[in-house]
Write a protein that binds this ligand. Structure first.
Ligand code: ADP
Ligand code: MG
Length: 246
């Protein structure tokens, strides 16, 4: 179980004024749930995900994972506890091949080719074309994104966080990826937090959490939240502002 207790994150602007990016967020996510964070750009979703992974230290508040206070732990220690994170904009690793990254993620120097291939297939990549490619600037943004998602899969974490997995990915690969998330969720062996704006991913969620202005604006099932999101895209309901779900 993941528990966030009164998490806040504030930074100082150049002029010395304080900017609140996360404002007193409290949230509990039970094991093996698929939860989608959504909401307008700049709402604080990535910042919240990074505080869970330990890439950002909250200014105040607590993070508990399986009852243990992990607020002061760094990324490596959290990774050891089974938390993994796929960046919104993944880094490239010049000199490392796709197969090396998968082995590193799995913690196995000799990950068999067929296992590597299976991870790549799950994200819609044809393994033969990619296994020996370097993860450098010769790959497109969507390719790097899918390779990174494959490494998160290879880590077999108990809590996986994916930041906008749809970004830069073509419709066909996105369909494959959505299937992969659905299959993972049906196995009921890991908790998934997916930051997404895509209806197909939102439809997989046990719970949808709308984050705007650094706070949780709404949370509920897809049946309660999807109509609000769809209405918002039609300009009838500003999800960023307070609105009441009946
Ligand atoms: N270190 C920082 N300094 C100043 N502003 C920041 C910093 N980190 C994030 N922000 C701002 O906080 C807001 C939330 O960002 P982010 O978490 O990336 O939003 P989202 O992922 O929902 O689009 C944005 O307005 C962003 O510019
Ligand atoms: Mg973001």
């Amino acid at each position: 179980m993941l528990e966030l207790k009164n998490l806040s994150y504030r930074v100082r602007n150049d002029d010395g004024t304080e900017l609140t990016i996360l404002n007193n967020i409290s949230l509990t996510i039970e094991d093996n749930q698929l939860v989608v964070f959504t909401g307008p750009n700049g709402g604080g979703k990535t910042t919240l995900a990074k505080t869970i992974m330990g890439l950002i230290q909250p200014t105040s508040g607590q993070i508990l994972y399986n009852g243990r206070d992990i607020t002061a732990l760094g990324i490596t220690e959290r990774a050891r506890l089974g938390i993994s994170y796929g960046f919104q904009q993944p880094p490239r690793f010049k000199g490392l091949r796709v197969r090396d990254l998968l082995c590193l993620a799995a913690g196995d120097e000799k990950l068999p080719k067929n296992v590597c291939c299976a991870y790549l297939t799950q994200v819609g990549l044809c393994a033969n074309d990619y296994l020996d490619r370097e993860v450098d600037s010769s790959l497109s943004g969507g390719e790097v994104k899918r390779i990174e998602i494959a490494t998160v899969l290879a880590r077999k974490s108990s809590l996986m966080i994916y930041d906008e997995p749809e970004a830069g990915i073509d419709l066909w690969s996105f369909a494959r990826l959505t299937e992969t998330f659905g299959e993972l969720h049906r196995r009921h062996e890991s908790t998934m937090i997916i930051i997404s704006h895509q209806e197909r991913i939102i439809s997989l969620a046990d719970e949808i959490i709308v984050i705007a202005g650094g706070a949780i604006r709404h949370r509920g099932t897809k049946d309660a939240i999807l109509p609000l999101i769809l209405a918002d895209t039609m300009g009838n309901c500003a999800l960023g502002k307070e609105c009441i779900i009946k």
